[in-house]
Design a protein around this ligand. Structure first.
Ligand code: ATP
Ligand code: MG
Length: 283
């Protein structure tokens, strides 16, 4: 594991320091539960996109839950904008941190616009009255996520990819300083996936947002990540720049799969192709 406890990490917008976390044992309640995150160190600074990659069950969603305060760590600390997350109220957290969850159910018969407008709630006080500024922010988020034509449709009646874009628009309407996204591109077609990451890159640079994205698409990560974190079995196994971390060897160790690693002549970006029948190829 790479040490990340340096000065730049200490002042980052989001810091996880030696975080160990898990869930209560479900199948055998009397047994001691297993940790799903083990001594995880990670930071995301203002103005950067950190991509978290790793196999199914590695603990990526658990990491997002801990970073957002939904799951309290057993040990270690989460710091949000320089303060312990545990010391902030849920309302305070919602004003600065937004989450696009891996599975997000839209309850009720809300329109797309209603759902996106919910992103303004943390800024509206007890009466939740929308100002013209709120309306402008909501309209802007809807336009940026290519939802103009869907704005008055019931959100529940949209396709999987369209619903993902609604969730992203709501998170952007929240105007967070820290944005956590758990596989936001999972159901998106190739154009909307590119649009989404271009949008995130713009938001991150223009607003100085700190963005942590969990994803499975290595090619997208290689093009948009300022830094990459590889996780396996609840641990961070590598963290750093794309060229440093996304090598054939580290990816094979992390995913137990052989990938052809190339460089795109047009852009200079790395790309990865899964190779059939080479799982047990010698290293
Ligand atoms: N609510 C829960 N209760 C008990 N165990 C859970 C719960 N959620 C996840 N786990 C377990 O924690 C481990 C890590 O799960 P997690 O959802 O964090 O993985 P992930 O890296 O996000 O995987 P994926 O790529 O499939 O989304 C898994 O072994 C999973 O079974
Ligand atoms: Mg997950």
């Amino acid at each position: 594991m790479k040490p990340v406890g340096n000065l730049s990490s200490a002042s980052a917008s989001l810091v996880l320091q030696e975080v160990t976390a898990g869930y209560a044992a479900v199948s055998a309640p009397s047994a001691a539960p297993a940790a799903e995150l083990r001594e995880v160190d990670l930071h995301v600074a203002a103005g950067e996109i950190v991509c978290v990659l790793g196999p199914n069950g590695a603990g990526k969603t658990t990491l997002v839950r801990v970073a957002s305060g939904l799951l309290v760590p057993w040990s270690g600390e989460v710091r949000l904008l320089g303060e312990p997350l545990a010391a902030r109220s849920r309302a305070e957290v919602a004003r600065v941190l937004a989450v696009v969850e891996q599975m997000q159910d839209i309850a009720g018969n809300f329109t797309v616009r209603d759902v996106v407008a919910m992103g303004r709630a943390p800024h509206q006080g007890g009466w939740m009255r929308a100002t013209s500024e709120d309306d402008g922010i909501v309209d802007d988020a809807i336009a940026r996520c290519d939802l103009l034509k869907l704005a008055s449709r019931p959100a529940r009646a949209l396709s999987g990819g369209e619903q993902k874009r609604v969730a992203v628009a709501r998170a952007l309407a929240q105007e967070p300083k820290v944005l956590l996204l758990d596989e936001p591109g999972a159901f998106l077609d190739v154009r909307h996936q590119l649009d989404l990451y271009e949008l995130l890159a713009t938001e991150v640079k223009e607003r100085g947002m700190a963005c942590l994205v969990v994803m499975h698409d290595l090619n997208v990560a290689a093009q948009f990540a300022d830094r990459v974190v590889l996780m396996k079995a609840g641990r961070v196994v590598a963290a750093g720049g794309v060229a440093e971390v996304m090598t054939w060897k580290t990816l094979k160790e992390t995913f137990d799969a052989d990938l052809y690693c190339g460089v795109n002549d047009l852009t200079g970006a790395r790309f990865f192709l899964p190779m059939r029948g080479r799982r047990d190829a010698s290293t």
